[in-house]
Design a binder for this molecule. Sequence first.
Ligand code: ATP
Ligand code: MG
Length: 307
Amino acid sequence: MLDQASQLRTQMGMRSMAAEADTAFAQSSANPAKVVAVASGKGGVGKSNFCVNFGIALAQQGVRVLILDADVGFANVEVLLNISPSHSLLDVLEGRHLNDIVEYSPYGLAFISGGNGLFDHLLMSSDDHARLVWELGKLSQMYDVVLLDCAAGVNEVSIRLVAAADQLVLVTTPEPTAMADAYAFMKLLTRRLITPAPQVVVNRAQSFTEAKQSVDRLTRVTSRFLDVHLETLGYILEDPSVSQAVMRQVPVLHHAANSKAASCYRQIASNFLRKDLQTPSLGMSGFFDRLLKSRLFGGGRDRGHGA
Ligand SMILES: Nc1ncnc2c1ncn2[C@@H]1O[C@H](COP(=O)(O)OP(=O)(O)OP(=O)(O)O)[C@@H](O)[C@H]1O
Ligand SMILES: [Mg+2]
């Protein structure tokens, strides 16, 4: 399994070489982390649990994972990991070093709180954010994957965060409302000229057959009406262990390591390591660079980073 992790690092490093030309900072980034936005149309479909347990499953395979809570104001990941960070990325804008604000959970995950209002600030303010971008570039060297736990819904901040990421994991459940909102999310996202490669995770499925049928339905409509090809990252079965784990504030991978859900998260981590290495990575500095450019150029039609 460690071989897969080092393969991931090597491949990401190789791909980053081409991407490095895109930003001045990336020219000094030998092997920046891949930024993966975890988003959904409908709320409550399992994004935060996905970030935490998928992140732990990756960490168990030797991948260095950082979770960035981009659903600021709700702090789901903090609650799930039972940690209370005293600082956030906002403090970096005020001069603090990133090393001071990274929290380490006992499960091998690093965590940063976005901080209340950070993304609104980044999107609306015309301040000089070079320092933040520079600090994030340094941090990128320390991780292989950065998972962004995004706020649910079809809103401009979420869409811009996703559009700036290297990769999108779109989480849905088989419920028609969640599927309709997932489609609406993709529809809004495709108004950007270039978006990250979308991959879908179906959570809370009663069976793998139901999960697959849901993906097939979503894939059919996105490819027919949006001309978007959705890849399948994996399926997570409905499992009462998840809510039991949430109640205890212990990730289900630790609370019930042999549960159905835990093995689904591990399977998805293996799928990710095996096949999801195709997108180029610019790291966190590249991510914020793109995010800021989407502000400056008024909506993400400025430039992109892979289809
Ligand atoms: N596979 C599962 N089986 C059973 N219950 C689940 C599963 N996944 C998630 N849940 C339940 O759904 C709840 C919501 O999950 P989570 O907080 O991860 O969703 P979210 O998408 O992050 O929500 P929000 O949009 O509000 O941030 C969990 O507290 C848990 O009770
Ligand atoms: Mg959440």
